[in-house]
Design a protein around this ligand. Structure first.
Ligand SMILES: Nc1ncnc2c1ncn2[C@@H]1O[C@H](COP(=O)(O)OP(=O)(O)OP(=O)(O)O)[C@@H](O)[C@H]1O
Ligand SMILES: [Mg+2]
Length: 310
């Protein structure tokens, strides 16, 4: 990783009246990484993000951005941050480009080149000069992200940027995050409940539920390495024989899922050894594939079955 952390939060808590929405959250986002903040509705994602950005004051704990404390050095801390939190407001009667110009003046003026660049990145070049009132929800989301990018942030914070988008729009946002990080080495903190999407782009994730961080780390840390299940493909006629062989020789609970396909738990088995043994016993191996759990499966295990996450 190297360098100071983009975000460092220690013991962040937030109480609203008698309710504790966020309990002692520790978070660390490295410079230049895409960090997924994942949790079901009401888990405390937005509340945490608001504290990180200095929009609300934590009940306890501290947060800093590139080493600057958000409470004590607010201006220095947010200087390098672009954020998209819960549906940004635009002037509907102005075009996308004019909205960006106006927003740019708040931070001392954005160049026309930069405006054109963020419009291009977010796929808004063609409608840039149309009124925002005519934009679809996806276009508004992308304009919100363009706004967050305007000032060349070193940290981009996106709270549920794909809310309300269709699969195509969701994919565009994912590709946009990858591109932003690649071209400007921007760290991205993105909250979402779309685990499949996050699994594809995040370097590390934190899972939060009921205000507490359940786990934080690389996807391998959270999902487990490729050791969970193994699929073995053999010819249809050899299915029963191969299943019996695996059970006897390797003491696995191998089961056939369909003709020619068998699944077993890898445990500590060396797949090279398994492969050789199958072939030596006269079985043709068509495929031998470790299947990693999906982030979704890992998530359900972590948060319990009643989580409302998709
Ligand atoms: N201003 C507030 N006053 C009182 N309670 C609040 C306030 N803001 C949030 N909460 C409560 O804090 C908890 C966490 O809410 P938060 O919005 O942070 O969750 P979230 O993870 O962002 O959920 P979602 O996925 O629905 O956006 C919820 O129980 C919510 O009702
Ligand atoms: Mg939220």
């Amino acid at each position: 990783m190297g360098g100071e952390a983009a975000v460092e939060a220690r013991g962040l808590s937030k109480r609203f009246g008698g309710e504790t929405a966020v309990h002692s959250v520790d978070l660390e986002v490295a410079a230049g990484e895409i960090f997924g903040f994942l949790g079901p509705n009401g888990a405390g994602k937005t509340t945490t993000i608001r504290m990180l950005l200095g929009l609300i004051r934590p009940t306890t704990g501290t947060a800093s951005i590139f080493g600057k404390d958000i409470g004590r050095e607010f201006k220095a801390a947010i200087r390098h941050v672009g954020a998209f939190v819960e549906g940004p407001a635009f002037y509907p009667f102005l075009s996308g480009r004019r909205n960006l110009r106006l927003f740019g003046t708040l931070s001392g003026g954005a160049s026309e080149d930069r405006i054109a660049e963020v419009l291009e990145w977010t796929g808004l070049t063609a409608p840039a000069d149309k009124r925002v009132s005519g934009y679809s929800q996806g276009m508004r989301q992308r304009l919100g992200i363009a706004m967050a990018l305007l000032d060349e942030p070193r940290l981009l914070v996106l709270d549920e940027p794909t809310n309300g988008l269709d699969p195509q729009g969701t994919r565009e946002i994912r590709e946009l995050m990858v591109r932003i990080r690649a071209e400007e080495n921007t760290a991205i903190l993105v909250s979402s409940h779309l685990l499949g999407e996050m699994e594809r782009v995040c370097d590390r994730v934190a899972v939060i539920a009921r205000g507490r961080i359940l786990q934080q780390g690389t996807l391998d840390d959270i999902i487990g390495d490729a050791s969970e299940r193994v699929e073995l493909g053999v010819s249809a006629e050899a299915t029963a024989q191969a299943t019996a062989f695996l059970r006897e020789r390797f003491a696995t609970e191998a089961t056939s899922t369909r003709a020619g396909m068998i699944e077993f738990s890898r445990g500590t088995l060396d797949l090279g050894v398994v492969n050789r043994a199958l072939i030596e016993s006269g079985l043709d191996v068509h495929q031998l594939t470790p299947r990693r759990r999906s982030l979704e499966q890992a998530f359900v295990t972590l948060t319990g079955e009643h989580s409302s996450i998709r």
